[in-house]
Design a protein around this ligand. Structure first.
Ligand SMILES: [Zn+2]
Length: 129
């Protein structure tokens, strides 16, 4: 096993809360109005230093989507998912974009976010409200 190649981001960045690997920039946020199993989630245009899992069909609040889970290359923690395809026309804007679960990442100011206990939707849900 060689050293994992990692990209360093410059600016207002979001990083893995477990190993502080840089994941995304605040300027690449498309929307903050998404939700995951554990509260808030953000939609990003670009995310770096992640590996993808298997493609799967997942039922979201806005319909069926083909997604892959994404994992931090530094520690292997799941940090969110990526949209590979959307079945609903109105949801196609998400394809090729990434969700980072807010409680899994440190914000630009090093802030942490705790799991919201009142969000108990079935499965992972993502929607722009
Ligand atoms: Zn990590």
């Amino acid at each position: 096993m060689g050293r994992v190649f990692m990209i360093d981001l410059d600016g207002n960045k979001y990083a893995c809360k477990h190993c502080e690997t840089h994941l995304a920039l605040a300027e690449d946020i498309v929307s903050k109005s998404f939700h995951c199993r554990h509260g808030k989630a953000y939609l990003f245009d670009k995310v770096v230093n992640v590996t993808s899992g298997e493609e799967e069909e997942r039922m979201m609040m806005t319909g069926m989507h083909t997604v892959v889970d994404i994992f931090c290359v530094g520690c292997g923690s799941i940090v969110g998912w990526k949209y590979e395809a959307a079945h609903e026309k109105s949801q196609k804007y998400k394809v090729g974009k990434y969700i980072l679960e807010r409680f899994q990442v440190l914000g630009p100011d090093g802030s942490n976010y705790s799991i919201s206990h009142d969000t108990q939707m079935v499965g992972s849900d993502a929607d722009e409200m």
